[in-house]
Design a protein. Sequence first.
Length: 155
Amino acid sequence: MAPGTRSKSTDNGQHLWDEGFDDIFVDGSFATDKLRPGDIDGYFVCQKPEEVLDSDFEHELCDRLNERAKVRVWTWRNKDRRRPAEAEKGQLPMWFEYHVEMWPEYGQWSGQVHPLTNQRLTHSELFRITKMGEEKGIIKLLREQSSRGQGNDEN
């Protein structure tokens, strides 16, 4: 992971917290004991109104998050993916800027299936299994709590 990437990546978490998304989870090599993690993968839990189409919801969500971002990296559309080399999978703009892929989780299909059962997986299910289908843990990001307003002020 490039120097400074972890600190730059916290901007994304802050944008999510500022929008009221408190349940943010990370995984990938960042969540292992790997000395030089390649990237951070994660998801955040959000509520989509039933009457709103997934595509409309994600478009509006990206617009809201990009309003807060220094660089407009929030998108999950396949057409926005770039391939650094012909043989590599396409990456979203967030990956190129921060080495992060952060997905919304509102019960939708992640595009992946369970390697053993072929069951369609949501992001929260996908991030909790290995590529071999074994269960694994993930990390929940906690927002730093200010001591102000929690009875800790001496004034």
